[in-house]
Design a protein around this ligand. Sequence first.
Ligand code: SF4
Length: 200
Amino acid sequence: MSDGPAQAVCTAQDGRVMSEKKKILLHTCCAPCAAGSYERLRELGYEITFLYSNSNIYPRAEHDIRLENIRKLADALGIELLCDTYDHDSWLKRVQGLENEPEKGGRCAVCFEFNLGRAAFFAERHGIEKFTTTLTVSPHKESQKIFDAGRRFPRYIEFDFKKKGGSARSSMLCREFGLYRQSYCGCEFSLRDMERRRNR
Ligand code: SF4
């Protein structure tokens, strides 16, 4: 689904024409990416709710540090934050057999689908018409793969947040807000690969 106008026109009981902001659920992978994506959606007139649903992240302590920083950002911006349960075992079952795939490969496609499926569930449960994800901010992720995963769910809307200097803007906002920035994508396999690269 492509982007549409973020303002819906409606008529009040006294006949005044009013515009109503459209709501969007923003699946957030981490605080730096959320900062840049939030800014773009706000410029487009959306009323944003953050969702933290990232059972791919390992270890649990890393998941919690990223959550703590999303909370810090949500508090600073005055945004509602929804949190999903951490269920790394279910995520591991979904990517079974793909452990040795390189980053940007088949494991990542399944990972995107897992997290966006959770976002679709939350959007429906909370009656939010649309959802999208901050995952497209990263220059290390192919936006097309994220779009392909998102299109499996009816409320998904595509935004390529890395465009128009989005990745650089996220880095700048990360420094401005004093947010934690991780050194690997998230799962134990990306952690393993990052350590291998460091030890070469
Ligand atoms: S490298 Fe990142 S996107 Fe790929 S499976 Fe691991 S956490 Fe998910």
